[in-house]
Design a protein. Sequence first.
Lengths: 207, 207
Amino acid sequence: MASTARNRTTLQAEQIRERVLDTADRLYYSRGIHAVGMDALRDESGVSLKRLYQLFPSKEALIEAVLHRRRRVWNRLVEAAIATGRDTPRDQLLAVYDMLAHWFDEDDFRGCVFINTFGELGGTAPHIATLIREHKASFQARLADVVTKTGAPATLAHQLAILAEGAQTTAAIAGTNDAAHHARAAATTLIDTALAANRPQATTTTG
Amino acid sequence: MASTARNRTTLQAEQIRERVLDTADRLYYSRGIHAVGMDALRDESGVSLKRLYQLFPSKEALIEAVLHRRRRVWNRLVEAAIATGRDTPRDQLLAVYDMLAHWFDEDDFRGCVFINTFGELGGTAPHIATLIREHKASFQARLADVVTKTGAPATLAHQLAILAEGAQTTAAIAGTNDAAHHARAAATTLIDTALAANRPQATTTTG
DNA sequence: CGCAACTGAGAACGAGCGTTCTCAAAATTG
DNA sequence: CAATTTTGAGAACGCTCGTTCTCAGTTGCG
């Protein structure tokens, strides 16, 4: 039982898997999915086709793995943003749009992977469409958690999610991160209006 | 100069061109662009490949023609919506979201063609990316026109545009038209807040 | 040491892509 | 009517796709 050797090969396999996912994510994101063949993936990752198909039984499986990883990354970003919002759930919600602004500034930003993939594959790959739908639903649910803590009605969460989605596509197409700031300003108005409406005995501020 | 015959053939050519565009639009929209080959276009439109290439010198030219037509259709819908808004520019802005709600209800609704196409081709076809960028910019400019008439600051137009974009992708992925109503409610809040903030002493100038 | 199993890199496969070509039928012209 | 041009439908081309196969080299094990 060469356990050391086995551990080493297993570790290597995991590293190679990560390298493949890195490469696939980068190429799919920058060029679109159909435009990136398995050959290009082999060339850019340095992993042979046979190995690729050992790790992922099909291109669709690889796409799903890439999306799953992006989902984890996205969830981490959202949680980090929420953690940044210091005290109030209001700040936590607004921190999400600050996170978006930073993301939009990245050089290779080209919109939301899930939206892009839905546009390209949503009509022909139901399994992937479902995965994307679930991802977006879970983001809305997470927003709803925080919204609930503010005491505002749940409909605010849907509005805030729409702002986030719109900011992503607008920023991607326009090539600027202005949309993040516009979305943040809109979110501020929506949140404060909802909070004011929900506290009838409180004096409406904004003098 | 058989002018009658020439007119007839010209007319027929235009009808055939429209048929090709109809088919291309439908197939591209429902399946994505890369997934639809010229053969599929020939089969579904009944127009031979030679004729297709007479009408459009390349697939990219056909894609651009489809996008141009969608842009005209979109502009007509927006203008019709604005015309529906009875008196005030506020109503005109909100009517855009009613238009969206109707659109989302269509059976084959699968999001915004421009957003979908940008995700699929934006990274590799700069000419198409530019066309999409210009389309979105012109929509924002149109909203800004109406926003200006309300007397609200121009930043409101960006916020409303982001809501519209977010509603389109959200509705497409979720498969419901709820997003249109959430976006409309959010738009109402944003507009009325902007108007209230902008009218401490103002006389409304609408005649 | 010798044999069986496994690995790697890349060739190869069938299918589908965008595009062009063939060639018989139709239309046009003197 | 005969010669010429224009058209149509689809076969064909070269390429790339996702996937599988080949086969020389390496490893594991009695």
